[in-house]
Ligand binder design. Structure first.
Ligand code: NAI
Length: 671
């Protein structure tokens, strides 16, 4: 056979070895051409037939990353969407129908179509290492697992487990996949060839779920499981904002998991989902994420030794995260008692994420407490995360710079001090960069890479590469107060607090923000972030003439700082804010508009000032840094969605009522 993306070998035992090796790229994805080729291989094998078939990936990074997103995003009509969906189904059905044992050997990432191909095989074996990730993440880009995933996964592992994976999009490693029954075995990749021979020599009966799991897929139980799942989904996402999770439940419950059975006009059909703005925005965001990943590429030496100064909330967690990602880290603070809470948090993180004791121990060994600061002289990168005080930071910098290695980089995690205020004491100010992480470090994807007026391009590039090295998304920003994210977020939080002072209940304000699509309301968010931090950032960034929020001030004076003290705007019990239920019959839209507009206005100003290079990065930064309504595609996209004129009209009305903090930035003219 003449093959471009697959390699087929038949060995002396008449076993077929099919290697997925998409031409011209480092990552396997499914394009039309790839699928068509697989279809003809399946036809060929069915006619042969071999004794058994193993499907493996020839790429180091994983089995397959799913559908080719570039092809996928050029789909412009319902017919095209349906044709691509049908092709995947026809081909994977051919694999499923092969009249001999078939086995997928999975290492690295196995996403979407990758998992769906594996599910079309009779058996699956996964690498048991920490890098294996199997998932059906389609929901995250607003679609459903449409190449047989929703059909084949529920009978294999039970509907409740399958829905959990499909509705969250989360990945499982090899061991977890084995526990779920998603794979038949987990073994190191180096044993794959042996495992194939052993398995195909005497194939066991295909996996069946345990009774308790199987029951959830029984026809009579389905309605109950579906309605419970809908309820759970509804707590997180509204159907008009996020139709995909609802479509997944319908697809499983009413259409046998096969998208070809759904009438085109049904809201769960591929055509309807493709036509929905949320899907467009989520796909754009997915591609933007790729673009940001690309910003960290380049021929740059990886950081081998990181030294972090300040083991508080941020420094401690940055150090822990970097050690988790394989870097040797020394962590300095004023005394051992200040480092030990960070070390304890790190241990909890490693246990949760790595599970296997030897991996936990290895990560733990990479995180080295260093009160004396010996690591400064050895580190490729030093990150400062001490108190937010320019004078103290300058003093620290003057002391450590002479001890740093010649090519080493100095970084600050400051959230508000412009780099130019810190670089004056440095011999080599071009080697100072801002690496602004977000709290909590382990969960927030974004790092703002802040460019001071003297930061050299190489150091900016190295900062971006470091963010990628530790699996974060770099966002290059100019050094101006608040950079991008805090600058956009702060006036939104302040406006919420001013409404609170006017007597609007916090519950209503939060409901309005969620109604707009924010994952959490601003009053709850302020309590989470800490009211002292909101106060400090607000002071730094407030526009002249903006009133000081009185309830915020009173809380600060009473030392009610939010979640961390158990009381802020809300009382917090067991990590949850105690809210009065329901916002009654209040019209939430004007409240949401008033909250969101100051943020939109600031995003526009950031674009005008070129804090970030373009609107795409502005949208992505604000979403990944604050959670800003992802289905709306970010602030600039939200402006376009409703129309600039409409927003500006509301802005003018708000200005008439509340004053000049609602003056439209001049950047609106050039949007
Ligand atoms: P923190 O108060 O929790 O921790 C600061 C740590 O630095 C303390 O453990 C303190 O003992 C130590 N320290 C102070 N002076 C030191 C010195 N001369 N040498 C060694 N250690 C010293 O503060 P947090 O919240 O971790 O903030 C640290 C930095 O990160 C600040 O610049 C802040 O603006 C920034 N930041 C904070 C965020 C947050 O949400 N807390 C988010 C992003 C940035």
């Amino acid at each position: 056979m003449d093959l471009k993306h697959w390699k087929l070998e038949i060995d002396a035992q008449n076993l077929a070895w099919l290697w997925f090796d998409r031409a011209g790229t480092a990552t396997n994805t499914f394009s039309t051409e790839v699928l068509e080729e697989l279809g003809s291989i399946a036809d060929h094998l069915a006619a042969m037939p071999p004794k058994g078939l193993a499907i493996l990936s020839a790429k180091d990074n994983g089995f397959a990353a799913g559908a080719d997103i570039d092809e996928f995003t050029t789909i412009s009509s319902a017919e095209q969407a349906m044709a691509f969906t049908t092709l995947g189904n026809v081909v994977f059905d051919k694999v499923a129908a092969l009249p001999f044992p078939t086995l997928a050997m999975i290492h690295g990432f196995c996403m979407g179509g990758g998992t769906e191909l594996a599910l079309a095989c009779r058996y699956r074996i996964a690498d048991d290492g920490p890098k294996t990730r199997m998932a059906l993440p389609e929901v995250m880009i607003g679609i459903v697992p449409g190449w047989g995933g929703a059909k084949r996964m529920p009978p294999l592992i039970g509907a409740a487990n399958a829905l959990d994976l499909m509705l969250t999009g989360r990945g499982v490693d090899g061991r977890r996949a084995k526990k779920l029954g998603l794979v038949d075995d987990a073994t190191p990749r180096r044993h794959f060839a042996n495992a194939v021979r052993l398995f195909l020599a005497s194939p066991p009966p295909p996996h069946r779920p345990r009774f308790a799991a199987a029951v959830t897929d029984w026809p009579l139980v389905r309605s109950l499981v579906a309605s419970m799942s809908r309820k759970k989904v509804a707590e997180k996402a509204r159907q008009d904002h996020y139709p995909a999770p609802y479509a997944i439940i319908d697809l499983w419950k009413d259409f046998g998991g096969d998208v070809r059975n759904i009438p085109l006009e049904h809201p769960a059909s591929m055509a309807s989902l493709f036509a929905h703005p949320t899907t467009r925005n989520l796909i754009r965001l997915f591609k933007l994420q790729d673009r940001m990943k690309g910003l960290g590429k380049g021929d740059i030496e990886p950081i081998r030794h990181l030294h972090v100064i300040g083991a508080g909330a941020m420094g401690g967690d940055i150090a822990a995260w970097a050690a988790f990602k394989g870097i040797t880290v020394t962590l300095q603070d004023l005394g051992p008692e200040r480092i030990s809470p960070a070390v304890q948090r790190a241990h909890a993180l490693y246990r949760k994420r790595l599970k296997q004791p030897h991996l936990v121990q290895a990560a733990f060994d990479r995180l080295i407490p260093d009160v004396k600061g010996d690591g400064v002289a050895k580190a490729d990168l030093v990150i400062e995360a001490i108190v937010e005080n320019a004078e103290i930071k300058r003093k620290l910098f003057a002391g450590i710079e002479p001890r740093m290695k010649a090519g080493a980089i100095l970084a600050t995690n400051t959230s508000s001090i412009p780099l130019q205020e810190l670089s004056g004491v440095l011999e080599r100010p071009e080697r100072l960069v801002g690496l602004h992480f977000f709290n909590p470090v382990a969960q927030m994807m974004l790092v703002e890479i802040v460019e001071g007026p003297q930061t050299s391009p190489e150091v900016m590039q190295a900062g971006q590469a470091f963010a990628r090295q530790i699996d974060k998304l770099p966002l290059p920003c100019k050094s101006a107060p608040g950079f991008l994210v805090n600058r956009v977020l702060s006036p939104y939080l302040m406006e919420a607090m001013l409404m609170l002072d006017e007597g609007v209940p916090g519950e209503t304000i939060d409901a309005a923000a969620r109604d707009f699509g924010m994952p959490m309301g601003p009053i709850e968010l302020a309590d989470m972030v800490g009211l002292d931090i909101c106060w400090a950032v607000g002071q730094e960034l407030a526009k002249p003439g903006t009133p000081i929020p009185k309830k915020l001030q009173a809380n600060i004076e009473a030392k009610n700082l939010g979640k961390k003290t158990g009381k802020g705007f809300y009382t917090w019990v067991k990590g949850k804010p105690q809210k009065a239920s329901g916002s009654g019959s209040v019209d939430l839209k004007p409240i949401a508009d008033r909250l969101v507009l100051p943020a939109l206005n600031e995003a526009v100003a950031c674009l005008r000032e070129k804090i970030v290079t373009d609107a795409d990065l502005c949208d992505a930064g604000v979403i990944f840094g604050t959670g800003f309504a992802p289905h709306r595609g970010g602030p600039i996209s939200a402006i376009e969605e409703r129309g600039k004129e409409s927003w500006l009209k509301t802005m003018a009305e708000l200005r008439a009522k509340h004053g000049d903090r609602f003056v439209a930035d001049s950047g609106w003219d050039s949007l």
